[in-house]
Design a protein around this ligand. Sequence first.
Ligand code: NAD
Ligand code: IPM
Ligand code: MN
Length: 345
Amino acid sequence: MKLNIAVLPGDGIGPEVTDQAVKALKAIAIEFDHSFTFTYAPVGAVAIDETGDPLPEQTLDLCKTTDAILFGAIGDPKYDNNPSATIRPEQGLLKLRKSLQLFANIRPVKAYSQLLEKSPLKEHIIKGTDISIYRELTGGIYFGEKYLSDDKNTASDLCEYSRLEIERISHLAFKAAQSRSFNVTLIDKANVLESSRLWRKVVNDVAKEYQDVTLEFLFVDNAAMQMILNPKQFDVILTENMFGDIISDEASVIGGSIGLLASASVGDKYAMFEPIHGSAFDIMGEGIANPIGAFWSASMMLEHLGETGSAQRLMEAIKKLTLDGIYLPQDLGGNSTTEHVTNAI
Ligand code: NAD
Ligand code: IPM
Ligand code: MN
């Protein structure tokens, strides 16, 4: 298969883990006789440094002409620590998601049996966990109107959702449940928020088309507790943008480290694949970043493009790597460098 892949490494450990995913894809290409072309483009803080824009026009254009996008991470302490900065790396990622209409962010969470002891949570609680989080990605409080008063002492962010925005991701979540354990949990705050009440109403309507799927509801505060108390109760989680962001970082602890978690951001036309972690400046340049989330994202990309055999091959390598436990990175209690882990893969 011939594929053109846009590679957006971004900031911090973004380039470190993305490089490894590209190496793994090159190995897959040799084994399966694929022809992959990788075209690199700047995004985030590096793009601001180079062009003044966190998502330069050329980067966006490239993303629109390739088969898929491999994304690293963006963000830089110089912006994190400066709330007054009006141009910010995160705007690049958000604009990319919005422009490409990547409305569904799918984040798988699994407790691999070999890594059970690596999680700070008790083995008997997390063993068997297999969750697919469907996080809405182009709406909600992230994209609503923002306001800062002239005296800069009052601010607001509007959380807005339309029926259509809720429907399209709900269909994906219910369809996913049909190929899993036939259960969808909607996480919301419908006891307080009008937007959450719209979610409950619309998701209830969509559920009628999927009679074989059970629909449950949880308030987000309770859900945050249930995720730690009994994560096995979840199959597909469906939720709005910000709740999904928070719940998925929390859920990553089940697998042992956020460095493991991958994601697919999909819309009707484009798709982007990214580990869920950030630019992790605290470990940047040390050569110890866990690249497994980036490998897993690359595998999700291959799966999405219909290359199931290649995708499975990469997942098998990840499983074998963690199973052997010889080449575990430091965040999983091992002492392998990023490069060691990649070579092992
Ligand atoms: P982070 O995910 O970068 O780091 C959180 C913690 O997890 C850190 O201790 C870090 O060392 C560790 N960690 C993360 N990924 C790891 C990996 N692959 N291997 C080993 N350890 C890993 O979150 P943060 O510190 O809150 O944010 C840092 C910056 O990243 C911010 O600017 C933020 O906006 C940005 N961010 C970007 C994305 C993205 O690009 N998708 C996601 C989250 C945060
Ligand atoms: C993520 C990140 C982003 C988000 C930030 C960097 C905009 O945390 O991809 O999870 O909040 O969506
Ligand atoms: Mn996040």
